[in-house]
Design a binder for this molecule. Structure first.
Ligand code: ADP
Ligand code: MG
Length: 454
């Protein structure tokens, strides 16, 4: 097997071992540069991929390469700039704008496509994937391959600043690139509403319907805002059905799942629930570090790990705030021509970081739950089905979800590589039991107290 065949064979196997999303993110533009005396040199597109492959996937890569070629003894990674796609993120905006996130947005927004309303800045290329968003990202990629035929509608939900707009616009942009003949329209739900309201007033609702009728892809952002707007819901129901019946792709985003949108007609709820519902949860520490590293590389900044970790530890709520923090640090660097040290970083971010809330992390949760039930951490992390272990394991999963908003895929993986459905099942089971078992509620409260007392 020559080096290219060896790498292709490895990729074929890796695909079955990790999620599609991670595969696409970490193994794009990789290859083998050389293979000499058992030492394999792997080329990667950037420093960040290098670190990630070294720390996360090296064992797996090594195992697979050895199984394909038992002469392999070591693997090294080398950054070679093979990325062919241009950077989509605009390079440093003018200094005055740097402190001001929204100014940066406006700058990019100038390029919004008049026909589709899509902003070309949102692409899959600059969309970072971690356990917190890999389900919706994988669904999005599947839709791009065969719009209208796989998940319809796609309903993405999650809190502010977590990348809903970015993801659903990336779908639109990618479909536009792959299928230039397709008609795509992106709308905020305010735009949708005002269009419907004014065409009702002008008696031109049929004209409006014609506009929607021809679309191949309709994307509506923040659909929760149509709650309580009866006329809009009425018309949107018909627009939705017209497209759906012709297998046209519909993509919606919201800050909550359909069943939690109050004052939304039942028939719309059930339509929204009829395709794929995927949530974006909060990024875990590891992913926040990844986001900061990738975004600073895009800005050609090189902050020491200490700084990156400080920001990631202290800014936990969403990606937009992480970007804001980086903008501040990068403004300091541009003004002073040096990287801020840790003390300066603390001062610069003082008013973005809120008073320290009680915090914890997944390992601490697992340790505390194990200790509470007199078990070893490994007991609850492995696959034993003994009753006295299953319950604490489910409780640990429940607490991870409730307290840390960890994503189900992340929780599954944390517990010995289980599937996300196992984590969902555990969460549901405990939530149900809590409704009728006061002792369990007390037990969990005690555990929580211990978790936060450390
Ligand atoms: P939402 O619509 O959920 O409120 P946005 O899509 O507007 O969030 O995201 C907020 C900011 O964070 C945007 O600048 C977006 O590009 C960035 N962002 C969010 N998620 C990601 C991600 N996974 N990778 C890269 N950038 C992201
Ligand atoms: Mg948004």
């Amino acid at each position: 097997m020559d080096k290219n065949e060896l790498w292709q064979a490895l990729l074929a196997q890796i695909q079955f071992n990790i999620s599609k999303a991670n595969f696409a993110t970490w193994f794009r533009n990789t290859g083998i540069i050389s293979k000499e005396d058992g030492s394999v040199m792997v080329s990667v597109p950037n420093n960040f991929s290098k670190e990630w492959l070294e720390n996360k996937y090296n064992k797996l890569i090594f195992k697979i390469l050895r199984s394909l070629d038992d002469g392999v003894r070591e693997i090294k990674y080398n950054v070679t700039h093979t990325e062919t796609k241009p950077r989509e993120i605009p390079s440093s905006p003018p200094l005055n704008d740097v402190y001001n996130n929204s100014a940066q947005m406006d700058f990019a927004e100038l390029k919004v496509d008049k026909e589709t309303n899509l902003n070309p800045r949102y692409t899959f290329n600059n969309f970072i994937v971690g356990p917190f968003n890999e389900l919706p990202q994988a669904a999005a990629l599947a839709i791009v391959r065969t719009p209208g035929l796989i998940y319809n509608p796609l309903f993405v939900y999650g809190g502010v600043g977590l990348g809903k707009t970015h993801l659903i616009q990336a779908i639109g942009n990618e479909i536009a690139k792959k299928f230039p003949e397709k008609k795509i329209k992106y709308l905020s739900s305010e735009k949708l509403t005002s269009g419907i309201v004014s065409s009702i007033q002008n008696h031109s609702i049929d004209k409006l319907k014609l506009l929607y009728k021809d679309l191949d892809v309709l994307i509506v952002d923040d659909i929760q805002f149509i709650a309580g707007k009866e006329k809009t819901q009425e018309e949107f129901f018909h627009i939705f059905n017209g497209l759906y019946e012709k297998n046209k792709q519909i993509i919606l985003s919201s800050d909550r799942p359909p069943k939690a949108i109050a004052s939304l007609q039942e028939r719309l709820k059930s339509r929204f629930e009829g395709g794929m519902i995927a949530d974006i949860s909060l990024p875990e520490l590891e992913t926040r570090i990844a986001i900061l590293k990738i975004k600073s590389q895009e800005k050609k900044l090189n902050f020491p790990d200490e700084i990156i970790e400080y920001v990631a530890q202290n800014i936990q709520r969403n990606v937009r705030e992480l970007e804001g923090a980086l903008n501040r640090l990068s403004a300091y660097q541009t003004l002073n021509n040096r990287v801020p040290d840790i003390e300066t970083t603390k001062t610069l971010l003082k008013n973005v970081i809120f008073s320290p809330k009680k915090t914890t992390n997944p390992d601490n949760v697992i340790k505390t739950v194990a200790c509470f039930y007199d078990l070893k951490e490994n007991d609850i992390l492995n696959t034993s089905r003994r009753k006295e272990i299953v319950k604490p394991r489910q409780i640990a999963m429940f607490i991870l979800r409730e307290e840390l908003k960890s994503s189900f895929p992340f929780i599954g993986r944390k517990f010995g590589g289980k599937d996300h459905t196992t984590a969902i099942h555990a969460h549901n089971k405990i939530a149900k039991e809590l409704e009728k078992d006061e002792n369990l509620a007390e037990e969990i409260n005690l555990i929580k107290e211990q978790i936060y007392s450390i």
